[in-house]
Design a protein around this ligand. Structure first.
Ligand SMILES: NC(=O)c1ccc[n+]([C@@H]2O[C@H](COP(=O)([O-])OP(=O)(O)OC[C@H]3O[C@@H](n4cnc5c(N)ncnc54)[C@H](OP(=O)(O)O)[C@@H]3O)[C@@H](O)[C@H]2O)c1
Length: 177
């Protein structure tokens, strides 16, 4: 199994605020969809809840279509039909070891708590660097240490009418120690 983290982060590793994103970037949503489609995704309960709201603005969560959805939580009462619920990293890794093929890629899709739990055991990072700072951010991606991660791919995107910020789509591979 190849364990990958995928995230969009600001100049100071900003990820989100008020359990939501800090930007609306359709080009990054497309990149996320195309990269993760057909794969297993792992997310924290809070990120799951952030994916949809009801008519009153209450976060109600949504499963990502065309993907196997695994949700990490500490809440033993949490249920979601169509998702697999796990309560710890060892339990997640055991489930994956039993149910994924050797060369299969699995994506950790956030949020902040979950990235922190997985970054040290991940093999690969897909990071969209958003070329802006967000002083109101509350949730941050962990530091990507240059001694541990090698940038292997970089594609620049210039801001346009629909996407307010310049972006760099990057891939990082864990260095062999
Ligand atoms: N920019 C991006 O690419 C991106 C991507 C995803 C999400 N986000 C943003 O990130 C924010 C959400 O991140 P977050 O850090 O607040 O929450 P999160 O990582 O999405 O979810 C945290 C959940 O994981 C559970 N948890 C924590 N440690 C655990 C463990 N060891 N075992 C099992 N479960 C565990 C927590 O349970 P307890 O509450 O019971 O501790 C909580 O339910 C939102 O603002 C969202 O928009 C941004």
């Amino acid at each position: 199994m190849i364990l990958s983290l995928i995230a969009a982060i600001g100049k100071n590793n900003e990820l989100g605020k008020k359990n939501d994103l800090l930007w609306n970037l359709p080009v990054d949503m497309k990149h996320f969809r195309e990269t993760t489609r057909g794969h297993t995704v792992i997310m924290g309960q809070k990120t799951f809840e952030s994916l949809a709201q009801d008519e009153n603005g209450k976060q109600i969560g949504r499963l990502l279509p065309n993907r196997r959805n695994i949700i990490l939580t500490q809440d033993k009462n949490f249920e979601k039909e169509g998702a697999e619920i796990v309560y710890s990293i060892p339990e997640t890794m055991e489930l994956l070891s039993k149910t994924t093929k050797k060369d299969e890629e699995v994506f950790v899709i956030g949020g902040g708590m979950i990235y922190k739990l997985f970054i040290d055991i991940a093999d690969k990072l897909y990071i969209t660097h958003v070329n802006a700072s967000f002083s109101d951010a509350e949730i941050f991606f962990p530091i990507i240490e240059k001694t541990k991660w090698e940038k292997t791919k970089s594609t620049l995107f210039q801001k346009d009418d629909q996407n307010k910020y310049d972006l760099e789509f990057c891939e990082y591979i864990k260095k062999v120690s």
